[in-house]
Design a protein around this ligand. Structure first.
Ligand code: PLP
Length: 404
């Protein structure tokens, strides 16, 4: 049974105060909070078996290596990858995307096309622009409508045998839209293009099955699924990962080194140069264990209730407009109030202990599309409550009274 009060006891930070008020943390799309189970895994690592992996014969090194590789298996199982070596540990989604963008520098030729959706995070736009600058490739954008849904008939028109790569987020961090990635992947494959899905915003809400999706690459950050910052993963089909060149040179990623020539290590080590975030990787595994113990079915159902409740309550406020009204969306609400700058609303909410995000949410093209400087974004996690939504709504009403 899903019991939010019991779940909240796992998150020590939720007990703290901000500006003399109980913290109401509604910035989960930027980063999620960390349960005691994950904090314990981090402490356990540094207290009991901190050592470098894959190199030592001594006991601690063996123990650290075993735990790190167990974490890889947990990630493999969670996303249902066929092989463990298809899971590459990275520093996060941004790093994962850059590995692919760098690798495709060798595969994209002058005039080849790369498609990205109109609702991308900056981390999913800039690497492709850099790739196209290096190669003479052409970047094209899949447009969206006012509700924040991709125009799939426009996507059909953009696809051709020139298309080599398609990039799209699974869920938009700025609007909450769940994109029809199944369709996007099938259609891209019909013209022979590879697909990378940015799963950073989806991973907290949906346990993606990479084999069922038949996706070529899938990227995730641990800190959005109750894990630590600075660690994440890149899933890639082994056929693709074997084709791409390594991203960084260094220790761990080599097979043999002489001054004449170096041969690269096999997957996954080819993409894991240097000492990784060992503790972070282990804690990432612990975070997925935690999420699965809560259960994704329960998470989806509960967060949907929160989304509906918050949407209804917020729309009662005069002059409030929500951006991102897709039929299929997760618990993210981006909004503005008539004639009020989002930053001013955010500052008032902060005084009340309420953490929301204000600004362009690393997605300026979306803001340009709506012709706004930014939004206030409240994003809910399974540890949030309806009582917290009431506090948010009262806070926004107060901001309206003060500013309008
Ligand atoms: C958070 C986020 C990213 C970036 O993740 P990092 O951990 O900062 O690398 C990329 N895409 C989306 C959709 C995100 O929500």
């Amino acid at each position: 049974m899903f019991d939010v009060n019991k779940i909240r006891e796992d998150f020590p930070i939720l007990n703290r105060e901000v500006n003399g008020k109980a913290l109401v943390y509604l910035d989960n799309a930027a980063t999620s909070q960390t349960p005691q189970q994950v904090i314990d895994a981090i402490v356990d690592y540094y207290q009991n078996y901190n050592a470098n992996i894959h190199r030592g014969v001594h006991a601690l090194s063996q123990e650290a290596t075993d735990k790190y590789e167990q974490a890889r298996l947990k990630i493999q199982k969670h996303f249902n990858a066929e092989k463990a070596h298809e899971i590459i540990f990275t520093s996060g989604t941004t790093h994962s995307i850059n590995i692919v963008a760098n690798g495709f520098s060798l595969l994209i030729k002058q005039g080849d096309e790369v498609l990205v959706s109109a609702m991308e995070h900056h981390s999913n736009i800039v690497p492709w622009q850099m790739l196209c600058e290096r190669t003479g490739g052409i970047l094209k954008v899949i447009p969206m409508n006012q509700d924040g849904e991709l125009l799939m008939n426009e996507y059909d028109k953009l696809l051709s045998d020139k298309t080599k790569l398609v990039f799209c987020n699974h869920i938009s961090n700025a609007l909450g839209t769940i994109n029809p990635i199944e369709d996007i992947i099938v259609k891209a494959h019909e013209v022979g293009a590879a697909v990378l899905i940015d799963g950073a915003q989806a991973a907290p809400h949906i346990a993606a099955d990479v084999q069922k999706l038949d996706v070529d690459f899938y990227a995730v950050s641990a800190h959005k699924v109750c894990g630590p910052t600075g660690v994440g993963m890149l899933y890639g089909k082994s056929t693709w990962l074997n084709k791409l060149p390594p991203y960084q040179g260094g220790g761990e990623m080599i097979d043999e080194v002489t001054f004449e020539k170096t041969t690269y290590a096999a997957l996954p080590h080819k993409f894991e140069a240097g000492t990784p975030n060992i503790c972070g990787g282990i804690a990432f595994g612990a975070a997925l264990d935690y999420m699965n113990s809560v259960g994704f079915e329960a998470i989806t159902k509960y967060e949907h209730e929160l989304l509906q409740y918050a949407t209804q309550q917020l729309l009662e406020i005069e002059g409030l407009r929500i951006y991102g009204t897709a039929k299929n969306k997760t618990s993210v609400i981006s909004f503005n109030i008539d004639r009020v700058h989002p930053y001013d609303v955010g500052s008032i909410l902060d005084k009340l202990g309420i953490a929301v995000r204000t600004g362009h949410h690393c997605a300026q093209p979306i803001m340009d599309f709506y012709k706004i400087p930014g939004t206030v974004r409240a994003s809910f996690c399974f540890y949030n409550t309806k009582a917290e939504i009431d506090i948010l709504v009262a806070g926004v009403q107060r901001a309206v009274n003060m500013l309008c």
